[in-house]
Write a protein that binds this ligand. Structure first.
Ligand SMILES: [Zn+2]
Ligand SMILES: [Zn+2]
Length: 257
């Protein structure tokens, strides 16, 4: 099966079938990425789907880096996941045999793929984007170091019992701890939503919420400390857009940013 046929069978599309790395179905609100299967890009229930080093590429026999048009499109698709609640699906891809392409691994060196879509959770970390198995998220959520829809999306797991430490490969989402610490310090250990001011009751009581989504930025000006109730509101309340706007204005104006 051709890749185009496979993607189109899900009603997804892209700007260009030759250079695109990712695909979108705006009606059904999901995006599709290839997920690398090699060991070096597959750790503990997650597969690499995008690396910021793929923004440019040095073609074989050249010395000049060339912009990769698939990259900005992939970023646009990922921000739909991070900010607009689009679902993420991946299909397995393997690298072409060494020597076929120029230096470096990126989606232009895909050797083969399997026409099979799996739902995933997006993880952004150190310039790389990963597709995380949903089962791993459900079993090992650790609210105090993660912020995406998964951190507040599983009420049946009783996340306020946060004492059971994740075990084994489930210890994922190691966001920038410095950002988290800075945000908590600036917050005065209080929920930063206007009119709330819940105090820190115990360690890990406050979440650090990424207002623009984790894929966009992991910076203090994009983060606020929120109590669990306000954090849920920021993701799920009907007024979440207005709330996030207010939180963002607040975070940007915080002293000594
Ligand atoms: Zn959040
Ligand atoms: Zn609050």
């Amino acid at each position: 099966m051709r890749r185009t046929t496979f993607i189109e069978s899900y009603g997804a599309t892209c700007k260009n079938w030759t250079w695109s790395w990712s695909f979108v179905n705006k009606t059904q609100r999901f995006v599709i990425f290839g997920a690398w299967q090699e060991d070096s890009h597959h750790i503990a229930g997650r597969h690499l789907i995008l690396d910021e080093h793929w923004a440019t590429r040095i073609p074989k026999g050249s010395t000049k880096a060339r912009r990769q048009p698939g990259y900005p499109q992939a970023i646009e698709h990922l921000s739909r996941v991070a900010e607009e609640g689009y679902a993420l699906f991946t299909f397995p891809i393997w690298q072409a045999s060494v020597g076929k392409t120029g230096a470096g691994r990126d989606p232009s060196s895909i050797g083969r793929f399997e026409p099979r879509l799996t739902p995933k959770t997006l993880v952004h970390e150190g310039g790389m984007w990963w597709a995380q198995d949903l089962s791993v998220v459900a079993l090992h959520s650790e609210p105090d170091v993660q912020d995406d829809l998964a951190d507040v999306g599983a009420p049946e797991l009783g996340r306020d019992e946060g004492h059971s430490k994740p075990t084994g490969p489930g210890h994922y989402f190691p966001r920038d701890r410095k950002v988290r610490e800075d945000v908590l310090k600036k917050s005065g250990e209080k929920c930063e939503r206007k009119g709330c001011s819940e105090q820190l009751r115990y360690k890990s009581f406050l979440d650090v919420h990424h207002i623009l989504g984790i894929a966009k930025s992991d910076r203090v000006t994009n983060c606020v400390a929120l109590c669990p109730n306000c954090h849920r509101d920021a993701h799920y309340s009907p007024n979440k857009d207005a709330l996030n706007k207010q939180l963002h204005a607040y975070a940007r104006k915080r002293p000594s940013n």
